[in-house]
Design a protein around this ligand. Structure first.
Ligand SMILES: [Zn+2]
Length: 295
């Protein structure tokens, strides 16, 4: 991981140096102007398919599976749905309305706190990219890679920013599940991804009255596991205990922050209930923020 990051940094440095050099020697040439124009076009294409919003509080909302958009000139993944494998195997179906839910929670948080959470929401369909998998499992067509990278680069940038600006932060990865339509499933990889939060706030910071899942329950959601079951051992549902995103950015990593996966059951994502779910979840997150995050 760190070697790859090192290599990426070196590559960025070399590319940066090339830009400077070409800028010095050919600043009036058409070639560099065309280069700049196509770089702009690429950035626009990426931004069209991933919603990235700057935040002003130590909360990051991510949603990898709510998108429906086609990616131009990128082929559909050929891996068959249900193929077993690491990270939960192959799924190409969307987590219906989780993009709307994540954006709705963000808007409600702004009303409640006067601040914006950071947002990274995939608009591209899961049929093209599964952004909650490592790249070797999440995409097949190499032309999908820039979109995948843009999604994760944005999360990494925000995690780094939260780490630099605030004493602590929370990443919430928003998903949907149909196994138990009436609950939100808790995903902390059985406590691993919220290690630092529990060191300073105890188990209560997750499942207690002002904890993040305690607050979800206080705001009308049923949660699984129940809040009298602490996040350790094998308490969380094996299929929903937390995936690649919380594993990559969670606080068990030296460069991570506390991270939870919230798997909203089908009922909470019905059209008629979606606004209410966003509002209720935002109330829960705001109360948690007040108790455990506000600097
Ligand atoms: Zn999902």
């Amino acid at each position: 991981m760190s070697r790859r990051e090192g290599a990426a940094r070196l590559l960025r440095f070399v590319l940066g140096a090339l830009v400077i050099v070409s800028g010095c020697t050919a600043s009036v040439g058409t070639e560099s102007r065309d280069g700049a124009r196509s770089a702009d076009a690429t950035d626009r294409a990426l931004a069209d398919l991933v919603l990235v919003q700057q935040g002003s509080m130590a909360v990051i909302l991510t949603a990898p599976h709510g998108g429906r958009a086609e990616i131009p000139n990128v082929e559909l993944r050929r891996a068959q749905d249900g193929t077993p494998g690491p990270w939960g195997g192959v799924h190409t179906g969307a987590d219906l309305s989780t993009d709307v839910l994540a954006s709705g929670i963000a808007a409600e948080l702004r009303k409640l706190t006067g601040r914006d959470p950071y947002l990274v929401v995939a608009k591209f369909g899961r049929k093209y990219i599964d952004a909650n998998r490592p790249p070797e499992l999440g995409l097949e067509d190499p032309r999908a890679r820039p979109y995948y990278d843009y999604y994760h680069r944005s999360i990494r940038r925000f995690v780094n920013e939260v780490r630099a600006k605030y004493p602590a932060g929370l990443l919430i990865d928003v998903h949907g599940q149909g196994k138990d339509p009436d609950v939100i499933m808790r995903g902390t990889i059985n406590g691993r991804t919220v290690q630092r939060l529990m060191q300073r706030g105890g188990v209560d910071a997750v499942t207690g009255p002002r904890g993040v899942f305690g607050q979800l329950e206080a705001n009308g959601f049923k949660v699984f596991p129940r809040n009298d079951v602490p996040p350790r051992g094998t308490s969380e549902d094996a299929g929903y205990k937390g995936g690649y995103t919380v594993f990559t950015y969670g606080s068990h990593n030296r460069d991570g922050i506390d991270a939870v996966q919230m798997e909203f059951g089908n009922r909470y994502r019905q059209k008629a209930l979606l606004d209410k779910s966003a509002r209720d979840a935002a109330h829960a997150i705001a109360a948690f923020y007040e108790a455990y995050l506000r600097p």
